[in-house]
Design a protein around this ligand. Sequence first.
Ligand SMILES: Cc1cc2nc3c(=O)[nH]c(=O)nc-3n(C[C@H](O)[C@H](O)[C@H](O)COP(=O)(O)OP(=O)(O)OC[C@H]3O[C@@H](n4cnc5c(N)ncnc54)[C@H](O)[C@@H]3O)c2cc1C
Length: 460
Amino acid sequence: MLDQITIQEFSKTLSQPLIMPIDPGYDEDRSVWNGMVDKRPAMIAKCLNIDDIKNCINFARSQDILVSIKGGGHNVAGRAVCNGGLMINLSQMNAVHVDQVKRTVKVESGATIGDLDKETQKYGLATPVGIVSKTGIAGLTLGGGFGYLARKHGLTVDNLLSVELVTAKGDLISASETENSDLFWALRGGGGNFGVVASFEFKLHEVGPEIMTAQVFYPIQDVKHVLKFYREFTSNAADELAGYALVVRVPPTDPFPEEHRGKTAIALVVSYAGSLDDGKIALEPLENFGNPILRILMPMSYIALQTSFDQGAPKGMRYYWKAHYIDHLSDEAIDVFVNNTKDIPGPLSVIGFEPFGGAINRVAESATAFPQRSASYILGIWSGWIEPQDDEINLNWTREFYNKMTPFASGGVYSNYLDNDDGDKIKASFGSNFSRLQNIKNKYDPDNFFRNNQNITPKT
Ligand SMILES: Cc1cc2nc3c(=O)[nH]c(=O)nc-3n(C[C@H](O)[C@H](O)[C@H](O)COP(=O)(O)OP(=O)(O)OC[C@H]3O[C@@H](n4cnc5c(N)ncnc54)[C@H](O)[C@@H]3O)c2cc1C
């Protein structure tokens, strides 16, 4: 137990006073996206600069207290927060600087996808990130990162050029292909195991400002038919095309027909990261397929596309995730999927397939720490509900569905989708890169100071 004087002295070293449990704002600052997570750190440091991060690390090390690092707070397992320790909250370090000439962007590690997209799109540029704008760049990048642009331009980590990081010793170092290249390799998929990242630098590509998109919703009775079409439509698709097939509840708003609102549906959400004309041709098969509830094919601003799922994943609700990589979507896999998606208990649940392949597959497994390069899809079972009394039914349903889909999975799991009870899957999530990651952990964090994460334990 730390005494008040020690805490006050530490607080004075920071740009802003520590937030303590009695302070207003403590509950907001400790909160994370998943409302199932309710942890209470002893203190929260809201960092404004690199010196604040260094002071946090030096203090926590000298006092032997656990640290957690909060970027966007979107990790489903709630790893941004810990009980009793120090939360290093980076949410105010969110500056984004675009270098239009070099086509690069430097992003402070508390920035969200929305912060990044807003600045880069001012110049008609973007780097591949995820599809919900409130997600943090830091956690997303350190785990891999993919979204609408990944088949064309690679994972977020494939576009990472350099990183500034504060180590467990409190030193600021850079990592890139030419500086601390072992660490740079590890940071591209190895999670928050090696230090606190202060900033990331990414490559940029020409994207938008408008890109061709489709959102087509079908009644759930058509799910089998739609998934078979989806399999054909995506299997030989151009890299520019990113197709999601998602079982969702129909939103209770316009333009959805009233009789379908709140009911379960299967949606094809597709984007084309190329010219609008090519996109129209590539998306043509969606013009005529099936009898949808709603069919919208139109150019959309990249920013609008990037925020179109934001409302569907509100902060503070209850979430529980499981995921598989899928190499081939067989008829049997579709049958099992179909039989289990008609009675989804959670009103906020989204179940379905995300596109892999393309440029993601063309990088060698050992080129970065992100190992699973060969899959065609990720199957996500992203359960979401509102009331605590519905926890058990949703947890059980998710686990059962996950188990039923396991025979069709290709092994491993995306580390950014690991939930609290997935400790036994962490090693598999790093695949054949685990041993090399462990060696690098030994070099940069032998005492496992950074452990409130998808933890790579040092070799003893
Ligand atoms: C609604 C939603 C949509 C999503 N969509 C996608 C998607 O389209 N594509 C995709 O790839 N993923 C997606 N994800 C998963 C996402 O990549 C992870 O949840 C990721 O952890 C979020 O990063 P964060 O910074 O918000 O997380 P946080 O919870 O803040 O951090 C998670 C962990 O990352 C590490 N970390 C964070 N900041 C730092 C730092 N500065 N230095 C070192 N370590 C740090 C720490 O270990 C921390 O515990 C989504 C998640 C949600 C909730």
